[in-house]
Design a protein around this ligand. Structure first.
Ligand code: ZN
Length: 333
């Protein structure tokens, strides 16, 4: 347990995701000895065990978790709540967009299947898709999503205020990383809990699961909004607190603008290309030299990210989609 800045408690719980290694959970003690949490960790014994031990080490009673506010539906932020809420009766709150999208069915599989169908239409070979399906971390947490969907989950919307511990936060809808991602902004707008909106050293993943949405456009708008808030501190879902959230938001915006140009130049080189070709040619910041070395999770990220950029280029009028023989090809404009 460490102070998370501005007098916050922050505990780090282990994740079986090598690029992240841990998630930040922010306990908020209440005056009566109970405790509220921002984010809930992952549906694994070791992660939840870390949360329980971290709370005890801070003199808090893990049996008295009253309220859990979750920044977004991803497996590492939400699914630990299935265990914590079962054990304590805590109420679980998350963005209305997340509730509508994933938990209405209590099963992340249709969401992932929609993405994989899109990947197939964009040229990813069948055997790679099967590999991703077998290894996606959310597939290992289906029981958790099912359990959560049976709880009385409370939706949070833009402008709502929510009490967490002895503090009150305003809810800001910050879509892009996920469709219903929220941030919790302190009333004086000095700091916020920002989930995976901005992270240090890595750029949060943006993927496309519906070709008619524009998640990268949404994400860039959320970054612009964050940059305009004038926060002194962002308390993120992973890694260390961010002391210049506006500066970090602008860096990530610049990264995506450069990536958009790179994807556009790949299209120009080929005249037309599938999303899969683009995903293989982008110079991702990874330690693998050839596509064959990419583990399935990295292929999922690369493909989703490539498609999010292609779709953004289309919305900006810099690319167009052509359907041919069941395959989607992208052309530069
Ligand atoms: Zn995360």
């Amino acid at each position: 347990m460490a102070a998370g800045g501005a007098g916050f408690l922050r505990l780090q719980a282990w994740l079986p995701i090598p690029s992240l290694r841990a998630i930040n959970i922010y306990p908020h003690p209440r005056g009566d000895g109970s405790v509220d949490l921002v984010d809930a960790g992952m549906y694994t014994a070791r992660c939840v065990h870390d949360i329980i031990r971290g709370l005890r080490a801070a003199g808090l009673d893990p049996c008295r978790i009253e309220r859990i506010v979750v920044t977004h539906f991803h497996v590492d932020h939400l699914t630990g709540a299935a265990i914590l809420a079962e054990a304590t009766g805590a109420e679980v709150l998350l963005g209305r967009g997340e509730l509508e999208l994933v938990l209405s069915t209590g099963d992340p599989a249709p969401f992932i299947e929609a993405a994989l169908k899109l990947f197939a239409e964009n040229g990813m070979p069948r055997e790679e898709i099967d590999l991703i399906r077998r290894s996606h971390p959310a597939m290992r947490a289906i029981e958790a999503y099912k359990a959560l969907s049976k709880l009385d989950l409370k939706p949070l919307s833009e402008g709502d205020t929510v009490r967490v511990g002895e503090r009150t936060y305003r809810v800001a809808e910050m879509p892009g990383h996920t469709p219903g991602h929220i941030a919790l902004i302190e009333e004086g707008e000095a700091y916020a809990f920002t989930g995976d909106l901005v992270l240090q050293g890595i750029t949060p993943h943006v993927t496309l699961h519906d070709p008619d949405t524009d998640p990268l456009g949404d994400y860039m708008a959320s970054l612009e909004r964050l940059a305009g808030l004038g926060l002194r501190l962002a308390l993120p879902g992973h890694r260390e607190p961010i002391e210049d959230p506006a500066g970090r938001a602008r860096e990530i915006l610049e990264h995506h603008r450069q990536r958009l140009d790179e994807v556009h130049s790949i299209l120009e080189k080929h005249g037309e290309a599938t999303g899969y070709q683009v995903a293989r040619e982008v110079r991702w910041r990874v330690r693998y030299t050839t596509w064959d070395e990419y583990p399935p999770a990295e292929r999922f990220f690369a493909m989703g990210e490539a498609l999010a950029h292609l779709r953004r280029l289309e919305v900006e009028g810099r690319a167009e989609r052509v359907e041919r023989g069941g395959l989607t090809l992208w052309r530069p404009l």
